[in-house]
Design a protein around this ligand. Structure first.
Ligand code: GCB
Length: 603
């Protein structure tokens, strides 16, 4: 799916701003042919939860409504007009002038619909009904229940089966874009680079709607020079003296696609792309033929007031904080991030592990962490979960959206699923096969593993190209005992390496809750001293393991979660506070990461 951009043939209208908003208390049916009976304001894009000061709004589970009016100028009305939502959490029903235009389930992917047939001259009314319900058929997974209050009114409840706040609403931009009636629908770009010859063979496939006499493909470099040109919808171009997209040294070419009819260019689209090669070989993760070392974070889309809502200033700032520390990468834990963030990573040279929203695929998720230590732990996750369909859908949508991004070097199919339990293989094998088949660039795949998934217990390891481990020795296990934790860390990593010598190993989470400003002469848990000691211990072990190719700690910043006795105003494992102020450990990390090269750290 193409990102909406303005070109010589396309106009983009942004519907960001203040919309009407209403909680649906399900007492009276809403008549979508009439304006919503509400005077509440809500900014878009942003979660609805933190914009008011009403607890009822903040914790609402069920349905909400958004509404605004819009006008499309006469000059555009003969064009094909498409309404596009960057996301809508988690299920949306979209009405234009009272008629259902489209419906979409899954809260982290864009969707769009042609709206010409729904429009009237002058003002049009756009009404969106949203559900933030999560259950055992959705991703992420929620524990859903219904009760009645004393007056018999239905109360819906979602107990998140994951450790982040269930923000809802229109959290990414809503746009209308125009295209001509004959239009470029999608572009697939697959660069194949010969590193020796510094030459790239770039396969370009163009899907069109309507018809063209000819489709022209022109590759333009960063200086605006045309470096290759060809015609056709399934075609190849060669770039000589190619400049590679490298981590923190991004180089972007642009594929300019022109649809020609009767000698005239009717539609134009410009897709940025990078030329880089990703391979997994002999226990190494190679980017452009060199062994790459991941330094960075698991993150969240999480800021004050906006929740998971797009905030490009935070995105730019977060990447600058990362670069300043010598980091080179992050994982889009635990769901696909906005189009805007992905495009920013392309241009900043930040390496991304792109994750689906498959989190909570574990029947026994809770804070009883004693089970983390049991080797033979089993549960009935794969009888309870009915998520295969949603999982397949989101893999399709994610790869369709992000396939051309050079920043994306690996797909993460799930975070901390019960891969140690009976039925896991049957569940995951078809999904891994699907992702391999769909990705035109054939990137490596991983499944991010919880502590119970060990070399002995994990049932799907052969499906993963890279072993991505979330480990909390010294925190959830042996809390505060860093000596034992060090031994456990070392022992497990050596075991993985011995059993799977061809698979690179990385940590995709390790961390300790740390209250900014809390100090302890004894290095007690929760203090800034403990956080630093904990990371130093882990780093010592990482450096001993030859196939250990990366450290992405948990978490970049403190973030909001549901409340509960294990969380004080959210998860405090951030290296930065939620306001992006550094904790003490940021200095250690900067020192370490600025001295570790992006390539060739492990020989
Ligand atoms: C994990 C989860 C992450 C949590 C983290 C924690 O293993 O993947 O979502 O936030 O642990 O801090 O407990």
């Amino acid at each position: 799916m193409l990102y909406p951009v303005a070109t010589d043939s396309r106009v983009v209208l942004d519907l960001s701003g203040v919309w009407n908003f209403m909680i649906d208390d399900e007492v009276k049916e809403i008549d979508v042919t009439k304006p919503l009976p509400t005077s509440e304001s809500m900014a878009v894009p942003a979660a609805f939860n933190d914009q008011t000061v009403s607890q009822k709004v903040r914790e609402h589970t069920g349905f909400v409504w958004y509404e605004r009016e819009f006008t499309v100028a006469k000059a555009l009305r003969d064009e094909r007009l498409v309404l596009r939502f960057g996301s809508a959490s988690h299920e949306a029903w979209v009405y234009i002038n009272g008629k259902l235009a489209t419906q979409h389930k899954g809260g982290f992917m864009p969707f769009e619909v042609e709206i010409n047939d729904f429009l009237v001259p002058g003002e049009n009314r756009l009404t969106v009904r949203l559900s933030n319900i999560l259950d055992n058929t959705t991703l992420p997974v929620g524990n859903y229940s219904e009760t009645k209050d004393k007056d018999g009114k239905l109360i819906r409840n979602v107990d998140e089966n994951f450790d982040f706040f269930n923000y809802g609403g229109l959290q990414r931009p809503v746009k209308i874009y125009s295209t001509p009636k004959n239009y470029i629908e999608d572009i697939v770009i697959v660069p194949d680079v010969d590193l020796q010859k510094a030459q790239a063979d770039v396969q370009v496939s163009v899907q069109t709607g309507g018809s063209f006499d000819e489709v022209r493909v022109t590759v333009v470099d960063e200086e605006g020079n045309e470096v290759a040109q060809t015609t056709g919808t399934e075609t190849n171009v060669t770039i000589t003296d190619v400049k590679l997209w490298q981590p923190l040294d991004a180089y972007l070419y642009t594929a300019k696609i022109e649809g020609v009819k009767n000698g005239e260019v009717v539609d134009v689209y410009e897709e940025p792309f990078g030329v880089r090669k990703v391979e997994v070989k002999d226990g190494k993760f190679l980017i452009n033929g060199e062994p790459f070392y991941f330094k960075g974070f698991g993150k969240h889309e999480d800021t004050f007031i906006r929740g998971r809502g797009l905030d490009e200033a935070y995105n730019v700032h977060d990447l600058n904080l990362m670069k300043d520390m010598g980091a080179n990468s992050f994982r889009t834990s635990h769901y696909p991030y906005s189009d805007e963030m992905m495009r920013l990573c392309d241009r900043e040279g930040i390496v991304v592990i792109d994750e689906t929203p498959a989190v909570g695929l574990m029947a026994s998720f809770n804070f009883d962490v004693s089970m983390l230590e049991k080797e033979d732990f089993q549960d009935d996750t794969w009888d309870q979960m009915k998520t295969s369909e949603a999982h397949e859908q989101v893999i399709r949508e994610l790869i369709a959206r992000d396939k051309n991004h050079p920043s994306v070097v690996m797909w993460s199919i799930a975070n901390e699923a019960a891969t140690y339990s009976k039925g896991a293989r049957e569940y995951f094998e078809p999904l891994f096969n699907l992702a391999r088949e769909l990705d035109p660039q054939k990137r490596p795949l991983t499944n991010v593993l919880i502590m119970m998934a060990t070399p002995k217990t994990d049932k799907c390891t052969d499906l993963y190209d890279v072993l991505a481990l979330n480990r909390y020795f010294g925190w959830y296990v042996k809390n505060g005992d860093l000596e034992t934790a060090e031994e456990q860390t070392r022992q497990e990593l050596l075991e993985w390496q011995e059993k799977y010598p061809e698979k690179p190993i990385m940590y995709t989470e390790y961390g300790a809750d740390t209250v900014a400003g809390f100090h302890s002469a004894y290095g007690e848990p929760f203090s800034e001293e403990f956080q630093e000691d904990y990371y130093r211990m882990n780093h010592k072990v990482f450096d001993e393991i030859p196939n250990f190719v990366g450290e992405q700690l948990w978490n970049f910043a403190d973030f909001q979660t549901k409340f509960g006795i294990m969380r004080v105003q959210g998860n405090k494992k951030g290296v930065f506070t939620r306001a992006r102020e550094p904790k003490m450990v940021a200095r250690h990390l900067k020192e370490r990461w600025t001295s570790i090269p992006h390539f060739g750290y492990k020989k």
